[in-house]
Design a protein around this ligand. Structure first.
Ligand SMILES: NC(=O)c1ccc[n+]([C@@H]2O[C@H](COP(=O)([O-])OP(=O)(O)OC[C@H]3O[C@@H](n4cnc5c(N)ncnc54)[C@H](OP(=O)(O)O)[C@@H]3O)[C@@H](O)[C@H]2O)c1
Length: 238
């Protein structure tokens, strides 16, 4: 029988990360999710455990800005499930302001979480992914190729993340590790204080990104879609 697969998803407490966790659990995977606060991690764990039981789910309070904590998280996940087949670096934040109004704190938070946080994730996960010949996925954004007003920090972080992931893809494929970056447009999540509801029905849903992640993993390993733009197919008319 094939060994159960295991994924770690940073920022898996809600939104896209939670949707990826749900789809992988539905398809028999073990998953670990991280979040920055005890409340968010416990609440997501409770919801997922109600649907899928406790055995295949682990939750970790782990701020992606803390490289040591990310190493400890991967160690615990590998200790519990015996390996890691996929690492999804998804955690992210946004601050949107005219450059005249943007504070240094906002700039630093966006760059530290969205870009340097992913650097810490792959450094922490590299050993386990080499072992499994696994998959590394980053969740960038269409803001990593389209720039817009009030988006200086966010666009800088996502343009940076797209470049980072593509360069890392070339390094990692020498080790048999596949790497992709998914660049979504609007997704119905809690991002930037949004409360998902019927008004968001036209958007990509988090589980759609979960399906993409699963399909990427299941593709024949000789072929690698390394950079994927994905957008709502029926946005509201302007
Ligand atoms: N929604 C969109 O339209 C959209 C489009 C393109 C790309 N994205 C990207 O998708 C990713 C997920 O965003 P989302 O839309 O799902 O937003 P979300 O619903 O707000 O979820 C964000 C997730 O990131 C986690 N997170 C934030 N800061 C963290 C930190 N310092 N350490 C660890 N975890 C942290 C949150 O966990 P806690 O609550 O526990 O901190 C939460 O699980 C982000 O990278 C975002 O840039 C979103």
């Amino acid at each position: 029988m094939e060994k159960q697969k295991t994924a770690l998803i940073t920022g898996g407490t809600k939104g896209i990360g939670y949707g990826i966790a749900q789809v992988l659990l539905e398809n028999g995977w073990n998953i670990g999710i991280t979040g920055s606060s005890e409340n968010s991690v416990n609440s997501a764990m409770n919801k997922l455990s109600n649907s899928f039981g406790k055995d295949r789910i682990a939750g970790y309070i782990c701020d992606v800005r803390d490289g040591e904590a990310q190493i400890a998280t991967v160690d615990q996940l590998v200790g519990q499930f015996g390996g890691m087949d996929m690492l999804v670096a998804n955690a992210g934040v946004g601050h949107f302001a005219d450059i005249g109004e943007m504070t240094t704190e906002q700039w630093n938070e966006v760059i530290d979480v969205n870009l340097t946080g992913v650097f810490h994730s792959i450094k922490a996960g590299l050993g386990a992914l080499k072992e499994s010949k696994g998959f590394f996925i980053t969740i960038a954004s269409l803001a990593g190729t389209n720039f817009f007003a009030r988006g200086a920090a966010y666009c800088a972080s996502k343009f940076g993340l797209v470049g980072f992931t593509q360069a890392v893809m070339l390094d990692l494929r020498e080790h048999g590790i596949r790497t992709s970056t998914i660049m979504p447009g609007s997704v119905a999540t809690h991002f930037n204080g949004n409360q998902p509801g019927p008004k968001d029905d036209w958007k990509i849903q988090p589980e759609d990104i979960g399906q993409m992640v699963l399909q990427l993993y299941d593709m024949d390993p000789r072929t690698l879609p390394s950079k994927i733009e994905v957008r709502p197919s029926m946005p509201p008319k302007r």
